[in-house]
Design a protein around this ligand. Structure first.
Ligand code: ZN
Ligand code: ZN
Length: 692
């Protein structure tokens, strides 16, 4: 157990020096120092303070140790009180107090402290510049930086690093060019900064330039370069760097190991990634996380989750990145049970209020169909950032919780958070999934008026959906024609689906033409078009397009639905009888079929007759993949629990009507995620309002 190990370790650290000091009756200054350090390291702050108060006349060095102890443990008020007690304060104590305020996250007090200092040296200035940068106040940092009477290379480096962390990579580059003398840290900051701001090639170019100047890279430089190689998938350069770090003995750096694992995983050489990991040079969180993320990137999500468990068993505590990666793997395989366990662990580790872990949990819960739990997580996040708000807005929109989405947006504005293009995608998709035409129009108009440079294809796609839902097909078509960018096949497809709902042949034919120009093998367009022709009774056109499909070798993607139960994915195709529980599943479906008839349900033959695969028997309709999956869940889960089913295509109209009644008959909530949205079936109705 990791906890025992940790306790044992701390006991060992704590007792060793203490034993040696037991014989002292009166401590000398060095022994006080040692004892203080020990108490503080073991977080026995009150004991440390008791000892400190016993020291006859503590010098400023001892004061500084005690103050640092407080600030390291987030007890700023105690630190400030003690600082006030000091009769003589030297530059070191002032600087240490200044840093302490910043470490405790109090920029305001730090700023006051900085201006109160009787005199400042280059360390004070740099600490304050760093402080502003850490809180994202780049302009203030910049101003202070230019005011500095003397700048050493550390100050320049801080500013470069800070610019990069705050996305101002151009400014960083200018400063880098401008600085009078650069050391390896300047180069490394710039190389890392370019890479983390998406300028991977430039980062590698700078590295080559640095080597050309004869500057010897450090292990941090190599870690940055390997990360850039991983991002541009340059395995050749990566391998050269790898060989070099082995040669000079840098391979013992944990960040280098982690970067190498990421490099090989990104370049789909997962075996090489494992080779690095298996060297077991350092089994720490960074290396484990790299391996976990690497597996996720290669689509090995189950493996990623196993690595997470192994890591915990090995006594290694996950950090924020580990949580982000493993939760994204849970998400990809809809493993909500595993997600929940990981959530519990995050609570135990005190990471419940952490914004990064929280954001990943929100996405996981939303994608796995549980908005309520996502909201609960969202409310608990201490300092929400734009990603938290966006994840919640986009998530609730996908589920058709229009009111919730709008409320969240209002709260976001009240909290003073600036919306961005992702927020608007969420808002518009909420309007389309919840049928809010006026709201949708006003958000769209607002965007085109004030944020037109941020308008992307998806905003138009949402607006086409909204208009389509209300049958305003000509207006939607007009909107597509006047788009400032080239419309994609997805946008035309949105219009075509709307045409099917409203049986509009004219617009449908034009939309289909555009789609097939852009994507000649788009089976969805063929299927939709055939459906529209069929419902208009144009059978000759139906046969014409079916022939075209046959000749072009275009096959309809088979519908497939699945349920995840206790980490196992149970997958069903239409009419599938391969599942071990098949007998029970079909029995359940036939029982449901009888009940459905009692409730006045008649199969909507359009959805089987108009299907391109006409050979399908009529009765197949009642054995569509989503129904098999639901029946499976009904026979395998406890009564009254929510059923979550995922389908690769859109749910068919007939199944949609049947599932509404199934939810009522079985008194279950059925959540169905299809290719376009979430449907929550409850008591005979669906959250989509029968439009999807
Ligand atoms: Zn169906
Ligand atoms: Zn629905």
């Amino acid at each position: 157990m990791p906890t025992f190990r940790a306790i044992f370790q701390s006991f060992k650290n704590f007792s060793k020096p203490l034993m040696g000091l037991m014989n002292y009756t009166k401590y000398s200054v060095p022994s006080y120092k040692l004892l203080l350090h020990n108490y503080i390291r073991n977080q026995r702050l009150d004991l440390a303070r008791k000892l400190f108060d016993e020291i006859p006349s503590p010098n400023s060095h001892l004061y500084t140790i005690m103050i640092a102890g407080y600030t390291q443990n987030n007890r700023l008020n105690d630190a400030l009180a003690l600082f006030d007690d000091m009769s003589v304060r030297d530059m070191v104590s002032w600087n240490s107090m200044l840093k302490g305020c910043l470490d405790c996250g109090n920029l305001a007090v730090a700023t006051k402290m900085f201006y109160k200092m009787p005199e400042r040296n280059v360390v004070s200035w740099t600490t304050m510049v760093n402080g502003y940068l850490r809180f994202g106040h780049v302009d203030e940092a910049e101003e202070l930086f230019y005011e500095m009477p003397v700048k050493d290379v550390a100050a320049w480096n801080s500013m470069i690093y800070g610019y990069c962390c705050n996305g101002r990579v151009e400014d960083a580059l200018n400063l880098f060019e401008e600085m009078p003398c650069r050391n390896v840290i300047s180069w490394t900051s710039m190389i890392g900064g370019l890479d983390s701001n998406g300028m991977h090639d430039e980062s590698l170019f700078l590295f080559k330039k640095m080597v050309g100047f004869g500057i010897v890279p450090t292990s941090s430089t190599f870690a940055c370069v390997l990360a850039a190689c991983a991002n541009v998938l340059d395995v050749c350069l990566g391998v050269q760097v790898h060989a070099y770090v082995v040669k000079i003995g840098c391979c013992f750096d944990e960040f280098i190991s982690a970067s190498l694992i990421t490099l090989y995983a990104n370049c789909k050489q997962i075996e090489n990634a494992y080779n690095i990991f298996d060297e077991k040079l350092h089994m720490n969180v960074v290396v484990w996380t790299a391996l976990l993320t690497g597996n996720g990137l290669n689509g090995k999500h189950e493996k990623a989750m196993t690595i997470f468990s192994d890591m915990i068993k090995g006594g290694i505590f996950p950090n924020q990145s580990t949580f982000t990666s493993v939760l994204s793997s849970c998400c990809r395989v809809e493993a909500i049970d595993r997600g929940r366990e990981i959530h519990m662990l995050a609570i135990k580790l005190g990471l419940e209020n952490d914004v990064f872990v929280g954001n990943s949990l929100i996405v996981m819960y939303c994608e796995c169909g549980n908005v309520n739990d996502a909201v609960a997580v969202f409310r608990k996040i201490g300092k929400k950032n734009i990603v938290s708000w966006n994840s919640m807005i986009v998530g609730s929109a996908k589920h058709g919780y229009g009111q919730l989405t709008l409320t969240l947006f209002n709260q976001m504005i009240c909290a003073g958070v600036d919306s961005d293009e992702i927020t608007f995608t969420g808002l518009l998709s909420a309007c389309s999934h919840s049928g809010m035409l006026q709201k949708g129009r006003s958000f769209f108009d607002y965007m085109s008026r004030y944020k037109s440079n941020k308008m992307k294809l998806q905003h138009y796609a949402c607006m086409v959906d909204i208009l389509g839902r209300f049958g305003k097909l000509e207006e939607a078509e007009e909107l597509i024609r006047n788009m400032p960018m080239e419309p994609s096949s997805t946008i035309w497809l949105a219009l075509l689906s709307a045409c099917r709902m409203h049986s509009n042949l004219g617009v449908a034919e034009r939309a289909a033409k555009h789609i097939l120009n852009l994507e000649p093998h788009c089976s969805a367009a063929y299927v939709l078009l055939c459906n529209i022709y069929a419902s208009a009774g144009k059978w000759s056109d139906v046969s014409r397009f079916r022939l075209k499909m046959k000749q072009g070798g275009i096959v309809k993607q088979p519908g497939c639905s699945w349920v995840n139960l206790k980490g196992v994915k149970h997958e069903f195709l239409s009419g599938d009888r391969s599942h071990p529980l098949s007998e029970n599943i079909y029995k359940k479906l036939d029982w449901l079929g009888g009940k459905l008839k009692e409730f006045g349900y008649t199969p909507d033959q359009r959805f089987s007759l108009h299907d391109v695969e006409d050979e399908q028997k009529e009765e197949m309709l009642s054995y569509h993949s989503e129904r098999l999956a639901i029946a499976f869940a009904l026979v395998s889960t406890v009564e009254s629990s929510t059923i979550t089913v995922i389908k690769n295509l859109r749910v068919c109209g007939d199944c949609h009507s049947a599932i509404k009644l199934m939810a009522k008959i079985t008194e279950r909530e059925i959540v169905l995620r299809d290719s376009s949205r979430f449907h929550h079936f409850r008591n005979g109705i669906c959250s989509c309002g029968d439009y999807w």
